[in-house]
Write a protein that binds this ligand. Structure first.
Ligand code: SAH
Ligand code: SF4
Ligand code: F3S
Length: 467
């Protein structure tokens, strides 16, 4: 008798992943894609059309979690008479935080998978079919998914995220990430370089290396600076970005590599969180305001023209008006190109939750946050005004959101530019002269198609100043 080969398309299902949170979660969804496709399942275009809906979730602030609860209620409502078997799975950081309780909660969820357990998804889906509880929230000391090639279905085909490490050991007192993502571990440098090489062969033009603190990357002695050097050698026409860097450990060696290598972008995300040393100590951020400012000066000294961005938390436990003003004055002093600004949201299990009172009233947090945002918008507007007249090398990402006939792309310094389509295509580099600005975007005229190397030959830095 001939036994037919197992055809896994027989029980092929359609699935949809909705992703919230940071870039690492988006990168993880690409791992899950890969696992699902390997099993013979197919991506659906909407959650409504999918047999299986995964929500890759974020726990960083309460409002991030509330959005997910609303979505889960909506997804449950899709379980109509016709589609009794729709499966809903929670992935990511909330899965790790809420765990089994998800299954008890109004039967909203059928499976719960933490960030280190995605390889178990095929088994867990079988358990759901068998009517069993399907939960795996084990955190791992080793898992980096190094051997799984991510399947990128939602990006622009030009820039890709590459996870280089997982977890976080920093234990900032406000932050839930060490509890949802577990211990810090670095992925092997060789596997990172082969992923970047594969992306280059697929014509990707930009990769962003991701980790909660990339500066502490360490693969058997290979440092982040060494990894960056290897990464930028893969293809001189491929841009390398990275995120996030912790101010506590930024070596000069890394700053020099960023400056020297034309395809490493001159943009650093360097979250301050607060401008007051006492509050920083309470946040368990091991640097003072003064040390942070010395680092910023060093960055600007070693990388002329570098663009800087930050994360700021306002209304942390016990924050006084004076301490709030210190944050405003830090922002005034540094003059960031971009900032992500948040009101403090207390998270269970964190040191701040155990030790300090979340005592700043909501309306005070709101007022302080709007002062911080207003200042940042004013600074950004002034920063962008200075760009008018300069020429930047822009990597074309695709059509502009506002106007299909225009294209958009980013400068090396991560500023979004909108310009006429001309003969340009997604993935091209162009020299673009900036003609006008808002706080959020620049507009420019395309001078000509270009490349990193050609543009570099015309200027020492990747910006040309016109008289
Ligand atoms: N690993 C990164 C940050 C990841 S979380 C780093 O250390 O820079 C992204 C940002 O969310 C943090 O930088 C912080 O500004 C903010 N954040 C984290 N926990 C928060 C909380 N409990 N309330 C408000 N904002 C928070
Ligand atoms: Fe959270 Fe701090 Fe780790 Fe960033 S470095 S993820 S803020 S604990
Ligand atoms: Fe959110 Fe988890 Fe990222 S809590 S910010 S998705 S690491």
């Amino acid at each position: 008798m001939i036994t037919p080969e197992k055809d896994n398309t027989l029980d092929s299902k359609t699935y949809f992943i909705e992703t919230y949170g940071c870039q690492m979660n988006f990168a993880d969804s690409e791992i899950v894609n890969s696992i699902m496709i390997e099993q013979g399942h197919k991506a659906a275009d909407t959650p409504e059309n999918a047999d299986i809906i995964f929500v890759n979730t974020c726990s960083i602030r309460d409002n991030a979690e509330r959005r997910v609860w609303d979505r889960l209620k909506y997804f449950r409502s899709l379980r109509t008479r016709k589609q009794q078997n729709k499966t809903v799975g929670v992935l990511g950081c909330m899965a790790e935080r809420i765990r089994e309780k998800f299954l008890d909660e109004e039967k909203l969820v059928d499976l719960v998978v933490g960030p280190d357990a995605y390889r178990d998804i095929p088994n867990l889906l079988e358990q759901v079919e068998d009517g069993r509880k399907a939960v795996n929230v084990l955190l791992s000391l080793e898992e980096t998914y190094a051997d799984i090639a991510p399947v990128r279905t939602t990006g622009n085909g030009v820039s890709a995220f590459v996870s280089i490490m997982r977890g976080c050991d920093n234990m900032c007192s406000f932050c839930v990430v060490p509890f949802t993502r577990g211990r810090e571990r670095s992925r092997s440098a060789d596997s990172i370089i082969s992923e970047i090489t594969a992306l280059s062969e697929q014509n990707y033009k930009e990769v962003t290396l991701l980790g909660q603190n990339v500066n502490s990357y360490n693969d058997n002695g290979t440092t982040f600076a060494q990894l960056m050097y290897r990464a930028c050698q893969v293809n001189p026409e491929m841009r390398i970005r990275f995120s996030t860097s912790h101010p506590k450990d930024f070596p000069d060696e890394l700053l020099s590599i960023i400056n020297e290598q034309p395809n490493i972008c001159n943009y650093i995300h360097i979250p301050a969180q607060s401008g007051n040393s006492e509050l920083l100590k309470k946040m368990r951020r091991p640097y003072t305001r003064e040390e942070y400012l010395v680092l910023i000066d060093r960055m600007r000294e070693l990388i002329p023209g570098v663009a800087l961005s930050t994360d700021i938390i306002t209304g942390f436990c016990g924050e006084t008006e004076d301490q709030h003003r210190d944050t405003l004055s830090l922002m005034e002093t540094v003059n960031y190109d971009l900032a992500y600004m948040f009101a403090y949201s207390e998270r269970e299990r964190t040191l701040a939750h155990r030790k300090y009172e979340d005592d700043i009233p909501e309306e005070v947090k709101k007022r302080r946050l709007s002062e911080i945002i207003d200042l940042q918008m004013k600074n950004q507007e002034a920063q962008n005004a200075k760009e008018v007249g300069k020429t930047h090398l822009v990597l074309v990402e695709g059509p502009s959101k506002r106007d299909e006939n225009q294209l958009c792309g980013r400068t090396d310094t991560n500023k979004m530019v909108v310009f006429d389509r001309k003969d340009l295509e997604r993935g091209d580099y162009a020299a673009v002269r900036i003609t006008s600005h808002t706080a959020a975007t620049l507009k420019g005229d395309v001078l000509h198609k270009s490349s990193i190397q050609e543009f570099q030959q015309h200027s020492a830095a990747p910006v040309l100043q016109h008289a």
